[in-house]
Ligand binder design. Structure first.
Ligand code: MF3
Ligand code: CO
Ligand code: CO
Length: 269
């Protein structure tokens, strides 16, 4: 399979788009509390992107084949929502967990990332799921280096998640990203070590595992976008956009407010 590698100009632009994408999540953090609606958070993100950053919200009117245009500037997925939650009238309450997924376009380049947020005080189980999913994403990123395979990334995520009693959603995956929102290759969050495409310097893709507390099966909501766990168990997701460098990786979606790399990840570095 042929796959366009990014040149140094592309990479410089992707660093900027990645930082801006991360700064939207930094910005919205202070507004996330009991009583706020997902629609209000989306409006705040939209206005920050358009009026402060001068970025374009990539999700707004995004219409891949077989989908109607996505109607918002963020995805807000609460509790048992796996991904692609459409922001709206839903009022967040104490104990909810929330994924906000933001993709900006700057100078034609995309920066895609998401984080989990707690509304007030989460349950012990909810906090553990969010923390473990963060670790799973980072253990996947740790595998990113020239000569490694995409199966190494998926295997690291799947084995960690399943060892801890969780399941990995298979219907959605990470993706190449650049001038297009979703490019080749697909980044599966499960797999076998040594399988799949070999990574090369200049590849840029997302790592964005969706991890369920219960079974991995999902259901689509009637709105054409939202995805929930079939068993209504909690689901969490984190996402970074990552560059394959000459000797490893560089995370592009970083900013002043990025959560620290977990100890489990830095220990293996
Ligand atoms: N940001 C999501 C991703 O990580 C894609 C969202 S597409 C939307 O790939 F249309 F649902 F917003
Ligand atoms: Co993505
Ligand atoms: Co995303």
């Amino acid at each position: 399979m042929s796959l366009a590698l990014k040149n140094s100009d592309d990479i410089a632009s992707m660093r900027i788009a990645g930082r801006l994408g991360s700064e939207v999540l930094d910005y919205i953090t202070a507004f996330i509390k009991p009583g706020v609606t997902t629609g209000k958070l989306d409006q705040l993100c939209h206005d920050f992107m358009v009026n402060v950053q001068g970025t374009i919200p990539a999700t707004l009117n995004y219409a891949p084949p077989g989908h109607k245009p996505y109607p918002a500037s963020s995805c807000t997925s609460v509790n048992h929502q796996v991904c692609h939650g459409i922001p709206g009238e839903k009022i967040l309450k104490n104990g909810d967990i929330l994924n906000i997924d933001i993709t900006v376009i700057k100078d034609g380049y995309h920066g895609d990332n998401s984080r989990m947020f707690y509304i007030g005080e989460p349950s012990i189980q909810a906090r553990r799921l969010c923390e473990m999913t963060y670790q799973a994403m980072w253990l996947g990123i740790d595998q990113v280096k020239p000569g490694g395979t995409l199966g190494d990334v998926g295997h690291a995520i799947q084995s960690f998640a399943e060892k801890n009693g969780y399941s990995v959603v298979r219907e959605f995956c990470g993706h190449g990203i650049g001038k297009k929102f979703h490019e080749e290759p697909q980044i599966l969050h499960y797999g076998k070590r040594g399988s799949g495409m070999t990574m090369k310097p200049g590849m840029i893709f997302t790592v964005e595992p969706m991890i369920n507390a219960g079974r991995r099966d999902i259901r689509m909501l009637g709105d054409g976008w939202g995805v929930v766990t079939a068993d209504h168990s909690l689901s969490a997701q984190w996402e970074h956009t990552v560059l394959v460098t000459d000797d490893g990786f560089e995370v592009l979606t970083v900013s002043a407010g990025s959560p620290a790399r977990p100890a489990l990840s830095t220990a293996s570095a």
